[in-house]
Design a protein. Structure first.
Length: 233
């Protein structure tokens, strides 16, 4: 007679080994990068390696001791309106990614292009752009927060001011006030790029040498990655 109980430990060990091998090489944590050209890493010497998204992924791996899978969904030129509009919007793709990766870390850079779109406009037009942005951001954070269970851990980037001493001081400050207000209302953290870049704009942004380029340098992207780490709860 075969005593099945005698084989139970061996069977359990075999199942454990199969499970271990089937999971080997698979990321144990996921990170979803959302937003505009900053999320993509425009301005870095190698956006795939030196943008804040891959750098933040590396810092998450150091923190957790596990491999982290980066899902890059950012789109250069994205506004808060284009982020939510359309049948294949970035928000739709983000919901799908979070549904497949519950509890993922999320970073969001959004708002700079909203202001740039009304840079030559009137104060009233800028006011309306800020109000529209705040409504869109609130909708985005609510949607992302409900996209998975457990909920994603969302960090929103407060924008740095690449040209201090100009009209951008007031409008960047007002945009960041909206970012902080809406993020707090939705349980998201805020990476304080405005504070990180203050006084170091020439080192952290290209604009001092190339007035048409507001994007970060490699050093600037490293600072943004650290800002997300410092902001995380």
């Amino acid at each position: 007679m075969i005593h099945h109980a005698a084989f139970a430990p061996s069977v359990l060990l075999l199942l454990a080994l199969v499970a271990a091998f089937s999971c080997s090489g698979e990321p144990s944590t996921s990170y979803v990068s959302l937003g505009d050209s900053l999320a993509v890493g425009v301005g870095a010497s190698d956006p795939r390696e030196r943008g804040y998204a891959p750098l933040y992924r590396d810092l998450l791996e150091e923190e957790t001791g596990h491999e982290v899978g980066l899902i890059q969904l950012g789109v250069a030129g994205e506004t808060s309106g284009s982020f939510v509009d359309g049948p294949d919007s970035q928000l739709d793709r983000a919901e799908s990614a979070l549904g497949d990766n519950p509890g993922a870390a999320v970073t969001l850079s959004l708002g700079g292009n909203d202001l740039l779109s009304v840079a030559g406009g009137t104060d009233a037009e800028r006011d309306e752009a800020l109000s529209r942005y705040a409504r869109n951001l609130d909708y985005v954070l609510q949607t992302l927060g409900n996209a998975s269970e457990p909920a994603p851990r969302i960090g929103v980037l407060a924008l740095y001011n690449p040209a201090p001493g100009s009209f951008t001081d007031d409008w960047t400050g007002r945009l960041n006030a909206e970012i902080r207000r809406v993020a707090e209302a939705n349980g998201a953290s805020v990476a304080a790029a405005d504070e990180t870049f203050r006084g170091r704009e020439e080192e952290y942004a290209h604009q001092a040498r190339y007035p048409w380029d507001i994007h970060p340098t490699d050093a600037g992207y490293e600072a943004l990655a650290r800002a997300f780490v410092q902001a995380a709860p």
